[in-house]
Design a protein around this ligand. Sequence first.
Ligand SMILES: *Cc1c(COP(=O)(O)O)cnc(C)c1O
Length: 396
Amino acid sequence: MYTNFQQHLQKELADIKEAGLYKNERIIASPQSGEITLQDGSKVLNFCANNYLGLANDPRLIAAAKEAMDTHGYGMASVRFICGCSDLHKALEKKIAEFFGTEDTILYAACFDANGGVFEPLLTEQDAIISDALNHASIIDGVRLCKAVRYRYKNADMADLEEQLKAAQAQRFRIIVTDGVFSMDGNVCPLDKIYELAQKYDAMVMVDESHSAGVVGNTGRGVTERYNLRGKIEILTGTLGKAFGGAIGGFTTGKKEIIDMLRQRSRPYLFSNSIPPMVAAAGCKMVDIMSETNELQDKLHSNTEYFVGKMKAAGFDIKPTESAICAVMLYDAKLSQVMAAKLQEEGIYVTGFYYPVVPKDQARIRVQISAAHEPAHLDKCIAAFTKIGKELGVLK
Ligand SMILES: *Cc1c(COP(=O)(O)O)cnc(C)c1O
């Protein structure tokens, strides 16, 4: 039975390799941090993790997780509606709502699940979803699972959004859906203008704060802080897997009736396990740390400003960014792979992205800055980019 299918897969895999587009996984042998050790023993500076606040190996989060293992055990071994959840899950839901200035929160195993389970329970074929063209794959999949009429607007293009909103007047309810930060470019969605259009055309708004929570806004409260719209947006989704400690978990937070309905009908919530209690405990600690001081957020902001400024001055073509993502544009897919490999030889751990992760002929190396980076790390990265950039003819 398998023979024909096996040959089919072998041929497809060979084609991917031939095109130079085969993805190899690298193995990390140390905790996630600004500086990491790879399996071969080499030490590299990590510029491709979503560890924006450097919390992935924070001793305070580790201590909170260990303590919760002792008091609450290892796993939940059930979905919540059947067997309940722990006090730690409820505490984290409350803290996330306070963090974003929202009414209630529902946790998921991942933000992929939060986005996958948010549309179908709330909207029907009578309704409309108006989605940014560059939204994350999990939003696209979530929209596919729902019968609502779909509209798509060009990335952050407000004229196009307005056209789509006009067309969507034919439906009963409308929701505009956008990433807070677009992960391949680093730009922030123009939420002020989106909100204005939503008011004008009677639409709700949903923002995925995965790359913006902990990063964007003076205190890292995300795009609703950046645009002074705390409490005004109906739905926010986000992840515990990036700035918020980097372990696992996702959430939807917003209007209380919406969250209540998700608890009744959202399939990834009803039919999938909840996060381990230790992750909930560490999540609570994470919110406490971010509320006590702005130290990590400030360090991230100054690191990013320094890095982007120096890279531009060195002559690199950098996408306009308002986040901790710095897209170094190379355009050519193979060049992005060669350059990333050469940077790794220089001790700089980055990833080159190419189609279909980014549009054709828009290949790039995405550098992600962290509060775990020290000034010397940033300088070493900039020097390596400059050296390899000259070698490969990217810089004159
Ligand atoms: C990373 C990411 C997700 C997925 O988050 P997980 O918790 O890892 O599943 C969803 N949306 C956006 C915009 C992301 O960047």
